[in-house]
Design a protein around this ligand. Structure first.
Ligand code: NAD
Length: 457
């Protein structure tokens, strides 16, 4: 089903957006700023409708929905509005003396019509934050929110055309069928956020038209704890893990720590869960739910892969799984093969930091890697040796709250990045221009025939 759009077919939808792009209307910075401000207004005016939809889809508390979705997009908008003029300005490039007189510069140009396909876990943020970059760079866009977060998809389909120029931005609702129809079209860029399996489908479809892609994928992001204040580490790991019921792409997937620290950390994590969500997290307004039965069943199936040291209760009718800490986990068990994407937190033991770095290096590059330590040499060695989309020291997930930091994966965790200036670059073509007057023909030496004098040069 394709809804929320003036046309009902993917090819027509792309053609409409391209026609508008070709008028040149999206080029002036005033148009871009106008759209960004309109998006800001949408978030301010309709925050209640948006947070209600997020609560319905994921059981997110309204506060968490606001902070982790609306406020993130708003910060991205404010940062972009502040720096857009600087990013747009052409950049002068030095010309070698032998080519003078001449001028050279680069100019960021919009790509055209971009397709943004979003996942269900942050269904608002992960569609609208890329849109900020796409509009700032002067593109038109088609948005395809995840059908698994149906309430958010519906509210976006209703509100986006009310606030943004409907000739420039369309929302397509639907699942695999709608995505497949869109992916068959020759968009100018595809920005996909989601899992690896669909990432491969997107890349294959894009290859048909040589369309460039940004793939924001996932992976098993480790949190290594080798010293410092273990209670503080437990609180920060729990914040990053259990927000959104641990359905966060950069959530710490598992912990690597020393045999001495493991029991202390496990106890501190259990205490923290009680501090955050009470002794019955099911009754906490601040603790979310699993997106659907399929993922609930998958996660419950993984509970047997270790010893549950705290948590473990679950209720299928509510798609509730308690924040759960596990130990005695075999690194070759299913729990340690794929991204967990739910509130199970295994603690694995390693001898020291060096062993932890080797453990991470032997697996696909994660989207994020976290180190908790109070020693500068640990922080330096970890940052130097671990290959991950991003690194954070003594904190989890908050690297995403710095709009000036690019966000993206490497290898299996993704291709390309965005946020802040990097979003603008992702959705632009940096066009080089070389301009040389004919008035003084300094190129005479370069023209054939190459007689004896020229040959000596
Ligand atoms: P999902 O199932 O919602 O799929 C994402 C999008 O792909 C949806 O819009 C869906 O309609 C579409 N899709 C699904 N099957 C398709 C198919 N066969 N062909 C074409 N399109 C299809 O989301 P998901 O994949 O379950 O998302 C979870 C994953 O996303 C996790 O791995 C997580 O780590 C990752 N993720 C990454 C980021 C990031 O920023 N890097 C953010 C959030 C989630």
């Amino acid at each position: 089903m394709i809804a929320g759009t003036p046309t009902t077919d993917a090819a027509g939808l792309l053609a409409d957006r391209r026609r508008f792009f070709d008028t040149g209307a999206t080029r002036p910075v005033a148009w871009r700023r106008g759209q960004l401000r309109a998006l800001r207004l949408l978030l301010a005016d309709r925050a209640d409708e948006l947070t209600a939809a997020l609560e319905k889809d994921l059981g997110k508390s309204r506060t968490e929905a606001f902070l982790s979705e609306i406020a993130v997009v708003r910060a991205e908008l404010d940062h972009t509005l502040k720096y857009l003029d600087r990013w747009i300005a052409p950049s002068r490039i030095a010309v070698p003396a032998g080519l003078l007189p001449a001028r050279a510069w680069t100019q960021a140009r919009p790509l055209g019509v971009v397709l943004i396909i979003g996942p269900w876990n942050y269904p608002l943020q992960l569609v609208l934050a890329p849109l900020v970059g796409a509009l700032a760079a002067g593109n038109t866009a088609v948005l395809k929110p995840s059908e698994l977060a149906g309430a958010t998809s519906r509210v976006l389909a209703r509100l986006v055309p009310e606030y943004l120029d409907p000739a420039a931005v369309s929302v397509v609702e639907g699942g695999v069928e709608a995505s497949t129809a869109l992916l068959a079209q020759p968009f100018d860029h595809i920005f996909y956020t989601g899992g690896e399996r669909v990432g491969k489908i997107v890349m294959k479809a894009a290859a048909e038209h040589l369309t460039p892609v940004t793939l924001e994928l996932g992976g098993k992001s480790p949190a290594v704890v080798v010293g410092g204040d273990l209670r503080a580490a437990a609180r920060r790991i729990a914040l990053g893990k259990f927000m959104n019921a641990a359905q966060t792409c950069v959530a710490p997937d598992y912990i690597l720590t020393t045999p001495a620290a493991a029991p202390v950390l496990a106890a501190a994590l259990a205490d923290t869960v009680r501090e955050f969500y009470g002794s019955d997290p099911k009754a906490s307004a601040d603790y979310g739910r699993i997106i659907n039965e399929h993922h609930f069943d998958r996660l419950v199936g993984l509970l047997g892969d270790g010893t549950v040291v705290s948590g473990g209760r679950h209720d299928r009718a509510e798609r509730y799984i308690e924040p759960t800490i596990l130990r005695d986990v075999d690194p070759s068990s299913p729990l340690m093969q794929e991204e967990i994407f739910g509130p199970l937190l295994p603690i694995l033991e390693v001898e020291d930091l060096d062993a932890a770095i080797r453990f991470i290096g032997a697996r696909p590059h994660p989207l994020a890697a976290y180190l908790f330590s109070d020693q500068d040499e640990h922080l330096g060695a970890f940052t130097e040796r671990v290959q991950a989309g991003g690194i954070a020291h003594n904190v989890c997930i908050l690297q995403l709250a710095v709009p000036g930091l690019p966000f993206g994966g490497v290898g299996a965790s993704g291709t390309g990045s965005y946020h802040g200036e990097q979003s603008f670059r992702t959705f632009s073509h940096l066009q080089p221009v070389f301009s040389k007057p004919t008035r003084v023909d300094t190129l005479r030496l370069a023209y054939p025939p190459f007689g004896p004098i020229k040959r000596k040069l």
